[in-house]
Design a protein around this ligand. Sequence first.
Ligand SMILES: [Mn+2]
Length: 414
Amino acid sequence: MYYVYSHNDLDGVSCGILAKYAFGDEVEVRYNSIGSLNIQVEKYLNRVPVQGNPDDLLLITDLSVNSDIEKRMDLHVRNGGRAYLIDHHKTALHFNDYEWAQVHVQHHDGKLASATSLLYEYLIHHQHLEPNAALDQYVEWVRLYDTWEWEIHNETQAKRLNDLFYMISLDDFESRMIERLKSSDSFSFDEFEEKILDMEEDKIERYIRRKRRELIQTFIGEECVGIVYAESYHSELASELGGSNPHLDYIAILNMGGRKMSLRTIHDHIDVSAIAMRYGGGGHAKASGCTMGEEVYRLFAAEPFELDPLPMDAMKNQFNIKGSANGALYEAGGDATLFLFRCPSGDWAAEWNGERLPFQFPSFEDAERHIKRQYGAWLARDEAYVSLLSDHLKRSRNRGLAPDHDEEKIIEEP
Ligand SMILES: [Mn+2]
């Protein structure tokens, strides 16, 4: 008998789907959250004496066990038991010290690995299944989704597969996929799935628009963080918020009910798995998470709670345009204004409430990044820009036509 213990996300469940495709009734599959795997494996090790079932094989995919269970699994294998762990998380690389584990972040061809793509290779290699076009396609979509490569290549089908996974029940998804893979030469969604996916996309768009107005910006440690409370659509939310706020180092999504925090970044200079590890979590460089302990609650929830959400950049401007040679007007908290403009040298400089700030940047983007991080600034609407220009005009006209009354007074004073 085969036993597959896997993660309960698309990548993990797709390992179960491949296992059922390959082993049919010969496999028992269980899906676990990160926290429940250890208990599951412990139960397995307690329940199955090696001598009684020498052919049993325990496959753990997309997850890894804690160090206690790690030692017990090693003992199980030393005693002749069969167990194998397949994972692609960087945080599990130390399992490669065991011959009963393979943890690869990348495939041999350099492509980022998912647990499903690694298991697919494993099953082909051990001749448990024959590769075909439908399986290739399915596994590739899962891999693209799980490694975030779908965003780079804009492979929306991969994202839609993940959407579908969360829209229907796990059992329904599993049986639909297995049946599709067994019966078609290529993999695609059916009409019903396409329809509900379209409806879901509209719903997500509205949800994200609402959440965008709740984004809070603050510094935690060295990093400038965008914080938002959300229970669903974490990846869509993070890619939208991260993409439209490239000045933020990463996005932290708090799920208060679940007492969990997800961290996402679009930047190569930030490794959110390292940040999650500070709080006892882990994951990938671009997507990670941790549970919400006391410290996480204080830093990410309690202390930033009094901050106002970050207003969005004005979007429909015709005059106050980013990077414009005439300069661009920003606003910040406390009715402050920031004006970004190009110096004769070509560098970009800023005025804060009309006073020149002591920095210059080689590009508009660098200057904007600075004022967004340090001042929490947002692009002002045309109305504010036009009124600033007309004030300037009025003042310069006054200077030209008549002496300034205030200046006269100062001169008159003895
Ligand atoms: Mn995975």
